[in-house]
Design a protein around this ligand. Sequence first.
Ligand code: 5GP
Length: 197
Amino acid sequence: MSSRTAPRVWIVSGPSGSGKTTLCEALLRDPFWEKRLLRSVSVTTRPLRPREKQGRDYTRIPEAAFLELLKKKAFLEHEKIFGAFYATPRSILEKAGRQKKDVLLCIDVKGAATVRRVLGRSRVTSIFVVTPGARALVRRLRQRSTESKKDIEKRLRRVKIELCHMKRYDYIVINDVFDEALGKIKAILTAKSCESH
Ligand code: 5GP
């Protein structure tokens, strides 16, 4: 998207079950955006889910190794969510710079706040994905069946916290009809990268 040395950073956040990860994956399957965006693979201490692949969806490492990397300042941001650590590797910025790509982060609201603070708002554009109503969110979370009942309830409680951060985002996309939501995200990226300044 740019020949700048400092890549632009796009953040997509939203409550569990909002569809943000699926939207990011679909965005990266589009040949136009695939050439322009580099998705950060987060480092986590959470065990991988059955369909997740090490190095593709997450880089899963033991907690001791995570804390070691944290000490070495290897992360741009990190958070503890649902009892596990999640972090964005700092190296993604150099990697994207070398490839002349922008960075796509699919991270939580607190991590997003850190990235805005560290990199400055002018470099960061944030999009918050929500479902049209709480009922749809609960349904999607329950349908996912990758988590236990207790975990699902924990995630639903966190939704409230995440929604409080919504107004700090540059854009809000309601994920009712998936293709329309994806179209809106592409439109935001296109318009933002055509800005005159
Ligand atoms: P999940 O366990 O459902 O994959 O992710 C739980 C939450 O962690 C989601 O809100 C997801 O966006 C967030 N997350 C994933 N990777 C990162 C990361 O590197 N940093 C932060 N702060 N949050 C992350």
